[in-house]
Design a protein around this ligand. Structure first.
Ligand SMILES: NC(=O)c1ccc[n+]([C@@H]2O[C@H](COP(=O)([O-])OP(=O)(O)OC[C@H]3O[C@@H](n4cnc5c(N)ncnc54)[C@H](OP(=O)(O)O)[C@@H]3O)[C@@H](O)[C@H]2O)c1
Length: 280
């Protein structure tokens, strides 16, 4: 595993970057690049489908947002693809005439394989496939990355540098990308449901809603940091909370009876399976 703590050469000082498909995830990335000063506004461009939205985003973000993928990709050294998985081949075919092996194409669409993108690109352009997640909006995301056949260590380092602006990065083999999508791509939604349920439980046992939500969210955040920072197995950390004949063990019994563990495993498996289907 590699993470943002590792030294990666920025390599973006004079580069121009285009985000094709500045929707929810593309928008999060654009804002992070600007906030982190990874890129100046004049180094960035983006596209969307609807002209009105392009105008609104141009005003909001102070970067040029258009509906012209070919012009944006033509101007850019690094092109990020953020359209829906089913639209990726069409958009890559559209921009193929302005692609070249000197550029870098990074797709963060679920499901679409680097080989499909390389085929649509019709040149030996390095293609990186990335799977970020929405906590990227608060720089606490995690992005898994894998490279296509024309990628080098330098292109992977550059891609890692780009996604390190929104949290941790990890390199994985492409065969694991759908599993990543099912776990960390979809995972925030699963965890919001857990936080919501814990907060609801707090209200149920008499806590004011605001206090219950704070307790539930901070407990989730703190527990996650314990796993990451101590390196201890989650089961050991759980044992440290579980006093013999205490209250936690009674709560755990309810969780096990309710099937939380199995339900979460099934949720990730199902999301992984769906991720395999999305590219069509
Ligand atoms: N949301 C997540 O949690 C998440 C996490 C990881 C990866 N992803 C991936 O990110 C991609 C986008 O997901 P999203 O949730 O951000 O969806 P989204 O909000 O619907 O964004 C899609 C964007 O693509 C634009 N678009 C559509 N057709 C286009 C075209 N031909 N040329 C240029 N732009 C076009 C849309 O423009 P308009 O705004 O004008 O409609 C929209 O801004 C997907 O492939 C998804 O798998 C999402």
């Amino acid at each position: 595993m590699s993470d943002t703590g590792q030294a990666v050469q920025p390599g973006l000082s004079g580069s121009r970057v285009a985000v094709l498909g500045a929707g929810k995830m593309g928008g999060i990335l654009l804002q992070a690049f600007l906030k982190d000063r990874l890129l100046r506004p004049d180094q960035l461009q983006a596209t969307v489908l609807h002209r009105k939205r392009a105008e609104m985003l141009t005003e909001q973000m102070g970067v040029v947002v258009s509906t012209d993928n070919v012009a944006a990709a033509g101007d850019a050294d690094v092109i990020l693809l953020g359209v829906k998985p089913s639209q990726v081949p069409e958009v890559v075919e559209q921009i193929a005439p302005v692609l070249s092996p000197e550029k870098l194409l990074i797709s963060f669409a679920a499901s679409v394989q680097t080989s499909a993108i390389e085929q649509a690109a019709r040149c030996e352009i390095p293609v990186v496939r990335a799977m970020p997640n929405t906590p990227a909006a608060v720089a606490e995301g995690v992005t898994a990355l894998c490279g296509g056949r024309y990628c080098t260590a330098d292109t992977m380092a550059l891609a890692q540098r780009i996604f390190s602006t929104v949290g941790r990065t990890v390199l994985v083999d492409e065969r694991h990308m759908d599993a990543v999508t099912g776990l960390s791509g979809s995972g925030p939604a699963f965890l919001y449901i857990i936080i919501e349920a814990l907060a609801e439980a707090g209200v149920n046992v008499g806590l004011p809603r605001e206090v219950a939500t704070l307790l539930a969210a901070q407990t989730t955040l703190g527990s996650a940091r314990m796993v990451l920072e101590t390196g201890s197995h989650p089961a050991l950390l759980k044992d440290a909370v579980t006093t013999p004949a205490g209250c936690t063990v009674d709560g755990i019994l309810e969780l096990e009876e309710g099937g939380l563990r199995v339900t979460l495993i099934k949720a990730v498996k199902r999301a992984t399976q769906r991720a395999r289907e999305l590219a069509g």
